[in-house]
Design a protein around this ligand. Structure first.
Ligand SMILES: [Zn+2]
Ligand SMILES: [Zn+2]
Length: 350
């Protein structure tokens, strides 16, 4: 399969699908080829890791092909179309795909794309796809314009000061650890020295085909959703604490589901055991660092990335612990204290 992909089968299949709409009868390919090409593309996208081939197909005109199918009513073609929209939608979480999507959008000469299909079921899927893409695109523009997260927390856990990134000094070894002062850097060295070299090596590398910019985009998504949904998330953290009093709660933002809209679930910190550095950091932070992860599709698999939440104080977690012990679930006292906690002005960043 790799050999086929490397030799350009994705572009060839996309162009084949495109030719079935060619106005010139000399070029036009039979319609069966449209369905077959789209089905094969979907299969390739699902079976290969990453998003490289989806991006390549978009570049070759996939979006135009989907739009050109708007009058299709044949159920077999509609099934294939739904499949390809679904797999492309899962990859929208990657910045590189969103960027290509926006370029492709300009090539599609139709001003309004919402609700263009003749069939209701596919319209619903398609409208949702467009909404997700447009939302992610707006977040990407904000990220590129530096409107998001330019704050940092001091990596010496005892300090944890949150300030503008520009006010911090970076470790010259790894360029990753940030400290508010030389004193904090000195105090953290005995812990940091163990990971400094490794951080230096991984910082600039794209990890399994996921670039630094893609990772920064995941971080922006987590950050935005957390602050939008904080009112819902805090009561969920509380019920987690009630149910599992001995465990440190953490949160997974799941984008790997078919709708690619985020669903949030609470998890034990031990779901992150494959990232021991983060787990030990969170355990030592006394509530000033929580593990937040984003789960994204990677071919037919899923992959977890970590974006810890740093708080200037441990007030939120401490108060939640107290509420879980001192009030009963559903009581007025609980509601009142949770509301106060949600409105508490506390500095938090990812
Ligand atoms: Zn510090
Ligand atoms: Zn370092």
């Amino acid at each position: 399969m790799e050999a086929l992909l490397e030799r350009g089968i994705v572009t060839a299949l996309t162009l084949t699908a495109k030719l079935s709409f060619s106005p010139s009868s000399r070029d036009a390919l039979p319609r069966q080829l449209l369905r077959a090409s789209l089905a094969l593309l979907t299969d390739f996208f699902r079976r290969s890791l990453g998003y490289r081939w989806i991006k390549e197909s978009l570049k070759a005109g996939l979006l135009g092909v989907i739009v050109a199918c708007q009058n299709e009513t044949q159920s077999q073609t509609l099934v294939v179309l739904c499949g390809i929209i679904d797999v492309v939608q899962r990859s929208l979480v990657y910045r590189s795909v969103i960027r290509q999507f926006s370029v492709s959008l300009c090539d599609v000469h139709q001003t309004s794309l919402e609700g263009i299909f003749a069939e209701d079921d596919i319209n619903e899927l398609w409208n949702n796809f467009l909404a997700v893409a447009r939302n992610f695109f707006a977040i990407m523009l904000d990220l590129d314009a530096n409107k998001l997260v330019s704050a940092r927390a001091c990596d010496y856990l005892e300090c944890g000061l949150i300030a503008l990134k520009a006010d911090f000094r970076r470790c010259s070894g790894c360029s990753t650890a940030h400290y508010c002062s030389e004193a904090c850097q000195g105090k953290d060295w005995s812990v940091h020295r163990r990971s400094c070299e490794e951080l230096r090596i991984t910082r600039n590398k794209s990890r399994d085909g996921v670039s630094r910019r893609d990772r920064a985009f995941f971080g922006a998504l987590v950050d935005r959703v957390y602050f939008q949904e904080r009112t819902q998330i805090i009561p969920e953290v509380l019920s987690f604490m009630r149910e599992f009093p001995d465990q440190i709660p953490s949160i997974i933002f799941n984008y790997a589901n078919p709708e690619a809209t985020c669903n949030i679930h609470l998890a034990s910190i031990h779901e992150f055991d494959e990232f021991p550095k983060f787990v030990s950091h969170a355990e030592r932070s006394g509530g000033r660092m929580q593990i937040h992860g984003i789960n994204v599709a990677d071919g037919s698999k899923e992959r977890l990335w970590i974006f810890p939440l740093r708080s200037a104080t441990a007030d939120v977690m401490t108060e939640l612990q107290l509420i879980s012990k001192e009030t009963s679930s559903g009581s007025a006292a609980e509601a009142e204290r949770v509301a106060a906690l949600i409105n508490l002005d506390v500095v938090e960043i990812h």
